[in-house]
Design a protein around this ligand. Structure first.
Ligand code: ADP
Length: 209
């Protein structure tokens, strides 16, 4: 099964993808995670994208498409995938169609005020990338990852100025994909508000239909 998760930043795509991938037995491929790993490792790609990401803007399409092409060529992606954070522009969607077409596109709907609350309270593990929220999904010990005991941090792009840029970018560049995939008959729309377990159930129900 090849799935694309669409929705604004903070819609819960990464959280639901992590839960769903275990069940579906397919990898969760997050371009945000791949770019963050490149930044952390100080690769040539990482150096190019670091400032763009911190500001909340989009990495150029050519770099992003090349990264995804490479990742989809790996062995574990043969049986399917959940793409989270890609495509984010029409040219990216067109490039993906040329590589391989997704079966379904899941659009997570969440209102702006909820998105801002989720992003500003989001904390991430420095080592494994697991996502927490200081109020909604706190770790057992404040500031420490439940999985590996590493410190949690606030992403640069989860700071106030960058959140606004990301929402604007989403509306202008990514939201047009909702119609684009709708016209192809691939769109499933899901209410993304509520606890992860509730959203996961809606996702599973929509997939069965
Ligand atoms: P979000 O929480 O906004 O969904 P992600 O973790 O998916 O964040 O992405 C973080 C950042 O990585 C984006 O703001 C952008 O700079 C870059 N990025 C991720 N995916 C893409 C993409 N498909 N095209 C361009 N830039 C991307």
């Amino acid at each position: 099964m090849k799935l694309i998760f669409l929705g604004p930043p903070g819609a819960g795509k990464g959280t639901i993808a992590d839960l769903a991938m275990q069940e579906l037995g397919i990898p969760h491929i997050s371009t945000g995670d791949l770019f963050r790993a490149a930044v952390k490792n100080g690769t040539a790609l990482g150096l190019k994208v670091k400032d763009i990401m911190a500001s909340g803007g989009l990495v150029p399409d050519d770099l992003t498409i090349a990264l995804v092409a490479e990742r989809l060529a790996e062995g574990d992606a043969k049986k399917g995938w959940i793409l989270d954070g890609f495509p984010r522009t029409i040219p990216q969607a067109e490039a993906l169609e040329k590589m391989t077409a997704a079966d379904k596109v899941v659009n997570f709907e969440v209102a702006d005020d909820i998105v801002v609350g989720r992003l500003s309270g989001r904390r991430m593990c420095k080592t494994c990338g697991k996502i927490y929220h200081e109020k909604n999904m706190p770790p057992k010990v404040a500031g420490i990852c439940d999985v590996d005991g590493s410190p949690l941090y606030t992403r640069d792009d989860d700071k106030e100025g960058a959140i606004k840029v990301r929402l604007d970018t989403y509306r202008k560049q990514t939201a047009p994909l909702i119609d684009w995939y709708g016209k192809k008959g691939k769109l499933l729309t899901i209410d993304g508000v509520g606890a992860p377990a509730a959203v996961l159930q809606r996702f599973q129900a929509a997939l069965k239909k």
